[in-house]
Design a protein around this ligand. Structure first.
Ligand SMILES: *Cc1c(COP(=O)(O)O)cnc(C)c1O
Length: 383
């Protein structure tokens, strides 16, 4: 975390601390980077855009054979752009699903009329490589495979390296939704030779929301001309226009570009993806042990828990009122996220953003006070 994160007199001290999957708490310098107006066609915007694309490629150690194409919008826009432009008209996409974001990719295919098939497995478990193997064995029409790296629905981490190895060995292309892991969990294109990956500005990169991007093999992109199923989400056209003019095809989110430029600089000075991932892991460990001490249980087994967001279930299901807990925390300056599970009461707490252990400890103290207000008996061994 940078020095400039939060000081009592900086005017943003009263902002809520966001323990969510995004938008997230950003550094003061990142917020400040937005205090300008830029024209869309000026050289400042072109320089920032090109620097941002370069740094994003560096995050995955991508060489000359990869391109980074940013697109205006939230993460889903780039997922839709990638599916709509890259899966060939005569292709078939296999989506490995273990949560809501996998299901969203299937909805995109339904709407765009992209031929696809799904393999759905339980949300509290990681995707099984054997299941993928079976699907590829049985359905020879499959040309492409899509998978979510960290399923933010629960916080489960899917085995990306093994999945990629199998997909590559089978001669298929791999499309990764790395939205909630990019910038925090290492995805090195030399070790995980993916074909396309999608992420966005407002999650572990600690920028503000508004830009999503696809990092993909140049040869796949070059083949995508004229294949888009949408005008504004045409990756190929965006890339061609940007390469030729240095500008965005349509109005760029100028302040978001500036914030992302600053945030990517901060990622570098923090020590890169590995250092950021280590900070989040420490946040996550402090969060989980503190919450367990308060009587909460984690949904996931430790070996599949990503250090991004944690799903908890309350100490006493009958007595539990999420609204009361949520509001109590908000009054104390912390924002958490509701659960996405149908079967059990749950909620989620993120450990990402420009925060460290002090903020997590502060959250745990606020959670303790809120539970007291709600009439929960203090669990043993808390502090
Ligand atoms: C956040 C997220 C998305 C994109 O959601 P938006 O609301 O469109 O930004 C997609 N996939 C995963 C895994 C995510 O965490």
């Amino acid at each position: 975390m940078t020095e400039t994160s939060r000081k009592p007199d900086d005017g943003v001290f009263s902002d809520l601390i966001l323990l969510t999957p995004g938008p997230l708490t950003t550094s003061l310098a990142t917020k400040r980077a937005m205090l300008h107006d830029w024209g869309s066609r000026g050289q400042e915007m072109a320089a920032m855009t090109s620097r941002v694309r370069e740094k994003l490629l560096n995050c995955v150690g991508a060489g000359q054979n990869y391109e980074c194409v940013p697109i205006q919008g939230s993460g889903t826009y780039a997922i839709e752009a990638a599916i709509g432009c890259l899966v060939p008209r005569n292709g078939k996409l296999l989506i490995m699903i273990n949560g809501a974001y996998g299901r969203r990719m299937a909805s995109i295919c339904d709407i765009l009329g992209v031929d696809h098939t799904v393999d759905e497995s339980p949300e509290e478990e990681a995707i099984k490589v054997e299941a993928l193997h079976t699907r590829l064995q049985r359905d020879r029409a499959i040309t492409d495979v899509a998978v979510v790296h960290c399923e933010t629905t629960t916080g489960v981490l899917n085995p990306l390296a093994e999945i990629c190895e199998l997909v590559v060995a089978r001669g298929k292309r791999l499309l990764i939704d790395a939205m909630s892991s990019f910038g925090a969990l290492e995805i090195n294109s030399a070790k995980i030779p993916f074909d396309a990956l999608v992420a966005a500005s407002g999650k572990c990169l600690e920028g503000v929301p508004g830009i999503a991007f696809v990092i993909l093999r140049k040869d796949w992109l070059e083949k995508a001309g004229g294949s888009a199923r949408s005008l504004s989400l045409d990756l190929y056209d965006q890339w061609r226009y940007m390469s030729q003019t240095g500008q965005w095809r349509f109005t760029p989110p100028t302040q978001v570009v500036a914030a992302l430029d600053q945030a990517l600089g901060e990622l570098e000075s923090e020590g890169g993806v590995v250092a950021r991932g280590a900070r989040y892991k420490r946040n996550c460990d402090v969060l989980i042990s503190g919450m367990r001490a308060l009587g909460f249980q984690t949904l996931l087994a430790e070996n599949v828990q990503a250090p991004i967001i944690v799903t908890f279930s309350p100490p006493n299901q009958a007595k539990w009122r999420f609204e009361a807990f949520y509001n109590g925390l908000r009054r104390r300056n912390y924002e958490i996220y509701p659960g996405k599970l149908s079967k059990i009461e749950s909620f989620r707490v993120g450990c990402i953003g420009n925060l460290g252990q002090a903020e997590i400890q502060g959250f745990l103290a606020a959670a303790r006070e809120t539970l007291d207000d709600m009439g929960f008996e203090a669990a043993a061994g808390t502090g």
